[in-house]
Ligand binder design. Structure first.
Ligand SMILES: [Zn+2]
Length: 251
């Protein structure tokens, strides 16, 4: 007697997913690059042997992912162009997935700590005088007495983004910005639930200044350690406590 036959289900794809796969193949193979134009819609319909609706759906998905920008009208400048806006596309995508709790919140915090400690280390080696001035401007804004929490949060984000971008690694910087923007609402919510805001703000200010000093002194090891502690401590002490008993809070 033979073994029971094993049946694998046949994967079912919607047509637009097949169109997407075709376009992705061309991008991954390097045949489609930033600035290149896709063939017009009706030509894609013929080339791929699919419906116009499927082509349109695929183009919409790529547009939402920030990979494609469509130009309306007719003539040589119409059609869809492959674009480079990784951070906008990535940020949008990550923000939604994190909001939907598709990633456990602890994973998000750990990713922030890992990414930002890496970019702080790079920033300490590579920050230009211009980068440092940008960080100092954000520190100065956060030092203003009586700054509303929402504004504080904006400058806090801008400071972290400035450090990430000073590191000079685009992929790390973009991922840092994406994750940081994704947790913006959570952080702001935590800011608003803090009882003794002034005490927390004072601590955050001191930590930011210490991070800046380490970056400016070119001490990558120290900058990296301080950023990691800054992120982990804040999530443990502030976000963690604030979310207890708050069913709408982050999970
Ligand atoms: Zn901060």
């Amino acid at each position: 007697m033979g073994e029971a036959a094993e049946w694998e289900p046949v994967p079912r794809f919607r047509t637009f997913e097949l169109v997407l796969a075709r376009i992705e193949e061309q991008i991954l193979a390097g045949s489609l690059r930033v600035g290149d134009r896709l063939p017009p819609e009706r030509e894609l319909v013929e080339l791929l042997g699919v419906s116009r609706a499927a082509v349109r759906e695929a183009l919409r998905v790529l547009e939402a992912q920030g990979v494609l920008r469509s130009r309306v009208g007719t003539g040589p400048s119409s059609g869809s162009v492959i674009t480079a806006m990784p951070s906008a596309g990535l940020t949008q995508l990550l923000r939604l997935h994190i909001a939907l709790a598709n990633f456990p919140f602890d994973d998000v915090v750990e990713s922030r700590a890992t990414l930002e400690s890496a970019s702080a280390r790079l920033a300490a080696g590579r920050a230009t005088e211009e980068d440092l001035a940008r960080m100092r401007a954000e520190l100065a804004r956060m030092d203003e007495p009586g700054l509303p929490r929402e504004r504080f949060n904006d400058h806090d984000t801008a400071f972290h983004v400035a450090v990430a971008e000073a590191g000079g690694n685009r992929l790390i910087a973009d991922m840092t910005v994406a994750v940081r923007n994704a947790v913006r609402h959570t952080l702001l919510g935590a800011f608003h639930r803090i009882g003794d805001w002034e005490a927390v703000a004072a601590r955050l200010r001191a930590e930011h200044h210490a991070i800046y000093d380490a970056v400016a002194a070119g001490d990558g090891e120290r900058a990296s350690r301080l950023v990691e502690a800054h992120i982990r401590d804040f999530h443990r002490d502030v976000v963690g406590t604030a979310r207890e008993g708050d069913p709408a809070g982050p999970r």
